[in-house]
Ligand binder design. Structure first.
Ligand code: ZN
Length: 157
């Protein structure tokens, strides 16, 4: 349910595990798995599921219950709950891989040359690679959309 929010929290640098991804890889009920993981790794549970939120509270897992609303209001709700200032989020080296939650590290263009689409090779010199899944990132049009969105987040305080 919160896949979009997950990707954005990763872009904003949060260590974010999405239960939807866990569910895909497991047929059993993952609620308990989620709570154990949260307790073990000091994670905050973000959910729309009231029952799960109740259960989490019972076990001492911090919870943010997400209400209906657009993406911007959801992200802002999370940021304010965890006490993070949006103004401080603007660096690429804080970004996590939206696809898998891995850390992005600066990559040498020569080392990853074959993995870069030819067009982007010509235009860009700075690249980042996900430590976990190996996906390559650069500040192309997609990054400009991200910056625009962060600006929007900052503007509607
Ligand atoms: Zn990745």
């Amino acid at each position: 349910m919160l896949g979009k929010l997950t990707r954005w929290l990763r872009i904003l640098g949060f260590n974010t595990i999405w239960a939807g991804e866990l569910r895909k890889s497991s047929s059993e009920d993952v609620d308990n798995k989620i709570l154990i993981m949260a307790l073990k790794d000091d994670l905050v549970l973000i959910t729309r599921d009231r029952d799960l939120a109740k259960k989490a509270k019972k076990y001492g897992v911090p919870v943010i219950l997400i209400k209906d609303g657009d993406l911007v209001s959801r992200i802002k709700a999370v940021l304010s709950e965890v006490g993070i200032d949006i103004e401080k989020i603007d660096r690429m080296d804080q970004v996590r891989c939206p696809a898998c939650n891995g850390m992005l590290v600066k990559a040498d263009k020569r080392d990853i040359y074959d993995k870069i689409p030819p067009k982007s090779r010509e235009i860009y010199d700075e690249f980042w690679m996900c430590e976990n899944c190996g996906k390559i990132y650069w500040k192309g049009s997609h990054w400009r959309n991200i910056e625009k969105f962060i600006k929007l987040l900052k503007s509607c305080k």
